[in-house]
Ligand binder design. Structure first.
Ligand code: GDP
Length: 464
């Protein structure tokens, strides 16, 4: 995998089943390869950028065989439209074409076979985006945002991906990197004049700048909790005594929002997590299999599962049964962390008309649906998306969060060094470490090892 190895690659870009399909071709020879099987008004290789060409895809007559007198020399596969992109103004930065054909699996596979025979090869997952990165069309964090965009299933996740894709995030990191580089160059200037014992970099000012940068890194790092929740779905645990109405509430929340039911890979098979979208944010209800089998599950297993979903949840709905609960509400018998929100909800209020609730407790009848909208608003309000919609940096990628943590640790070491009067060359080396960690996020100013690239791009789908 390197920037010069740009042979012509081809892959379907659309999922099977639609009326149309798009096949992408990219590489220095992309248009010449297409011309070998495309019959239109002119040659695609001569076409201007951003033009669309109608024509036929044909299987050229096999060389060496004299065609049967009756049989046509070329077999038409499909009528197509070809969009032409010229380097460097394409997604990959290379000569590229996108062939729109009819959405038949047979046509698509014939098209791929013919393009490969004409000189292209099948692309591996993410290879188009790898080329875009290697050709400087986007940095690594933007490339990663492409997969997030394709996977986004709520307004919030979509905003997260598009902000990152447009490079707002990269600009932030670049600004930090530049400030750090300035510090390093001041320190290194000092080294050049070491005989004269001058201090170009005022140590108090140096400390202040480093602390400001660390505050920025910390803010970005903290935003990962929100970013990750938005990307994966905000985890919610519904807990309460048997018969409090957990299943009824879950069904209400899911059905009324036309829920997507999904088995999330990687979790135990009988743990089903269900997703619902509330006002542009996806919520993920934990251990719903546990909720649904209250009656026949083993008690011990049930408790363990409930505790585990409480630990993993960002929001805990504690459901009380109005027909059982007295006027004083006991404190929950589980711990609520600072980063978690507890919503205490009194259910079955339809059985107790006129009952007044203590402050801070939401009323509900899962049976009639009364109070459901208020509960939904409370769930939504527990996720602060203000920053996200105002374009602030919100980190949603665990690789980035790890790099920010490493940058923060390195910066703390540099600050320690500064305090302890570390020699200038060692101090500058510590700051270079911070720059290195930040650089791994965007891949800019950094040699990104092949295995890191493989790891990032292997998560892509074919054709992207
Ligand atoms: P779980 O064990 O916590 O999952 O409770 P379920 O959802 O299975 O509900 C237990 C029983 O309470 C069922 O018979 C439900 O129909 C009933 N129930 C649930 N919510 C309400 C409610 O708001 N009002 C009334 N009257 N009954 C309810």
């Amino acid at each position: 995998m390197n920037g010069t190895d740009h042979d012509t690659i081809v892959a379907p870009a659309t999922a099977p089943g639609g009326a149309l399909a798009v096949v992408r071709v990219s590489g220095a020879e992309a248009l010449a390869v297409c011309d070998r099987i495309f019959r239109g008004r002119g040659k695609l290789a001569d076409a201007a950028a951003y033009t669309l060409h109608y024509g036929r895809i044909v299987e050229p007559a096999a060389a060496g065989l004299s065609p049967d007198a009756d049989a046509p020399a070329e077999r038409t596969i499909d009528d197509v439209l070809v969009a032409v992109f010229r380097a460097p103004h394409s997604y990959t930065g290379e000569e590229s074409a996108e062939i729109s054909c009819h959405g038949s699996q047979y046509i698509v596979s014939e098209l791929l076979r013919l393009l490969c025979r004409a000189g292209a090869r099948m692309a591996s997952p993410g290879e188009f985006t790898i080329r875009a990165y290697l050709n400087g069309k986007m940095d690594l964090s933007q490339a990663e945002a492409v997969t997030d965009l394709i996977a986004s299933s709520s307004r919030a996740a979509h905003t997260l991906a598009t902000t990152q894709l447009r490079g707002g995030y990269s600009a932030d990191l670049e600004a930090l990197r530049e400030r750090l580089l300035e510090l390093v160059s001041l320190l290194e200037l000092e080294l050049d004049f070491s005989e004269e014992e001058v201090e170009f970099a005022d140590r108090t000012q140096l400390r202040e700048t480093m602390e400001q940068i660390d505050a920025r890194i910390e803010a970005m790092r903290r935003s990962f909790t929100l970013g990750n929740a938005i990307k994966q779905g905000v985890a919610v645990a519904i807990v309460g005594a048997p018969n409090a109405g957990k299943s009824t509430l879950l069904n209400r929340l899911l059905n009324e929002e036309r829920a997507l039911v999904s088995d999330i890979a990687g979790t135990t098979r009988d743990v089903i997590e269900e997703l619902t979208n509330i006002d542009g944010v996806e919520f993920r209800f934990l251990d719903t299999a546990g909720i649904r089998t209250t009656e026949d599950r083993l008690e011990r297993m049930g408790i363990e599962r409930t505790l585990s979903s409480i630990t993993r949840a960002r929001i805990i709905i504690r459901l009380l049964d109005a027909t059982q609960a007295g006027d004083t509400i006991p404190a929950p018998d589980f711990e609520v962390r600072q980063d978690q929100r507890l919503l205490t909800v009194m259910n079955k209020l339809d059985c107790c008309p006129g009952r007044t609730l203590p402050e801070g407790i939401l009323g509900l009848s899962a049976k009639t649906g009364e109070g459901l909208d208020t509960l939904r608003c409370a769930l939504r309000a527990a996720v602060d998306t203000q920053a996200l919609y105002h374009g602030d940096t919100v980190v949603s990628n665990s690789r980035h969060a790890e790099a920010l943590t490493a940058a923060h640790d390195a910066l703390l070491r540099a600050l320690d060094g500064l305090r302890e009067g570390l020699p200038t060359d060692l101090l500058s080396e510590e700051i270079r470490q911070v720059i290195g960690h930040i650089g791994t996020i965007t891949g800019r100013g950094q040699i990104t090892p092949d295995e890191v690239l493989q790891n990032i791009f292997s998560k892509f789908c074919i054709g992207k």
